[in-house]
Design a protein around this ligand. Structure first.
Ligand SMILES: [Mn+2]
Length: 375
């Protein structure tokens, strides 16, 4: 059985006030082409279908188009809601859709009945678990203490009463981290990967970089497009899973090439406005983030550079002044701090003391492990 795993479409997303709708429409067409070539039995959309819980109408139209395209093909579609989606809105009309082979997770009420697919090796149970938080499931699992996201998802999985002799696939949208963490991180939303081990494949959504957690079969497929300049150097892909008999699976990827690349460039105003810098590249068309290294601000730099770089999204400076400004006090912007710095601040506020060497080392290891993808 062949499945295609997608997630985090974030339809309707804007970046620096640029609508990415045309880019999204373009990449969904590419995905349809890949589907026609690879002929999967099922297509998984692992949450964050929309960027907003109340999506703009163009985004709704785009999903409609995509699902209609899929519905005309001989395959099943599995959709769950992510933290950006409204579970109720997304699952509107789900009973009618399921007759066309498009299955939405209903908003979570404590029960997940699998959708059963069949191939020459027998049945495959597909479990659709929408994004859940401890507060959402506390009323459901009365008498069980749910302190963390791990507890919440564990309870949800236990309630599924999985038949381990069969092949089971879970679709889930959570922030999954490797191994047990014994640091008490207040308010952390991470889910321990170990609770997913019962499944033959776990199609994850939420993190934007394609990667697996601990086991190959517990996997984030990543976004179909780059949604941040921090991803400028990362490649996007579609993940394909071939399930063999119980215990056997193969995973491969097909690269996705966007309509426009996203590039972060830096240099002086003079360098970046030289024809020789941009003329042999697609930079004039790409989505560009420029960091100017000039010591003095250039008058109207944004407007002027936008004449060259038509899709200039953002411009900032990196010079003696901005560096000094950053070092002075807490004036530094949150998104310019490293995760470790941010965590150290939180730790100090909660515990009234800074982290000691051992704690800092452990935190750094955890961050290194988990910070491959953007949240
Ligand atoms: Mn998410």
């Amino acid at each position: 059985m062949r499945l295609i795993h997608l997630s985090d479409l974030h339809l309707g997303k804007k970046l620096y006030e640029f609508s990415l709708l045309e880019d999204q429409q373009y990449i969904l067409k590419k995905i349809i082409n890949i589907i026609d070539e690879e002929r999967p039995d099922g297509v998984i959309l692992a949450g964050d279908i929309y960027d907003k819980s109340v999506p703009v109408t163009d985004a709704v139209g785009l999903l409609d188009e995509f699902l209609s395209d899929l519905a005309t093909r001989d395959l099943q579609v599995f959709v769950i809601s992510g933290n950006h989606d409204s579970a109720e809105r997304l699952s509107f009309g789900s009973k009618i859709f399921s007759q066309s082979g498009i299955h939405f997770s209903p908003s979570y009420k404590g029960q997940v009945s699998p959708i059963i697919m069949e191939d020459e090796h027998g049945p495959v149970n597909i479990y659709l678990l929408p994004f859940i938080k401890p507060t959402m499931v506390r009323q459901i699992f009365e008498g069980i203490e749910l302190k963390s996201y791990t507890d919440a998802v564990r309870s949800a999985i236990e309630a599924m009463e999985i038949d381990e002799s069969l092949r089971n696939v879970l679709v889930s949208h959570q922030y999954v981290t490797p191994g047990k963490t014994d640091v008490n991180v207040g308010g952390a939303d991470n889910v321990d990967v170990d609770i997913y081990e019962i499944f033959d494949y776990v199609a994850l959504g939420h993190l934007h970089n394609p990667h697996h957690i601990k086991e190959e079969r517990i996997r984030y497929c990543g976004t179909p497009l780059k949604y941040s300049f921090s991803e400028a150097d990362k490649d996007k892909s579609v993940t394909i899973i071939d399930l063999g008999p119980k215990g056997e699976l193969e995973i491969s990827t097909v690269p996705l090439v966007p309509r426009r690349e996203m590039r972060a460039i830096r240099g002086s105003y003079e360098e970046l406005s030289k024809k020789s810098f941009y003329e042999d590249t697609s930079l004039r068309d790409d989505y560009v983030h420029i960091t100017l290294t000039d010591e003095d601000s250039v008058l109207d730099a944004f407007a002027k550079l936008r004449i060259i770089y038509k899709n200039l999204m953002h411009l900032d400076y990196d010079n003696t002044r901005t560096k000094a400004h950053r070092e002075v006090d807490g004036a530094i912007r949150v998104d310019q701090k490293s995760p470790l710095e941010l965590f150290a601040e939180l730790f100090e506020r909660q515990n009234n003391r800074p982290m000691d060497g051992e704690e800092e080392k452990l935190t750094k290891q955890m961050i290194d492990k988990i910070w491959e993808g953007d949240l």
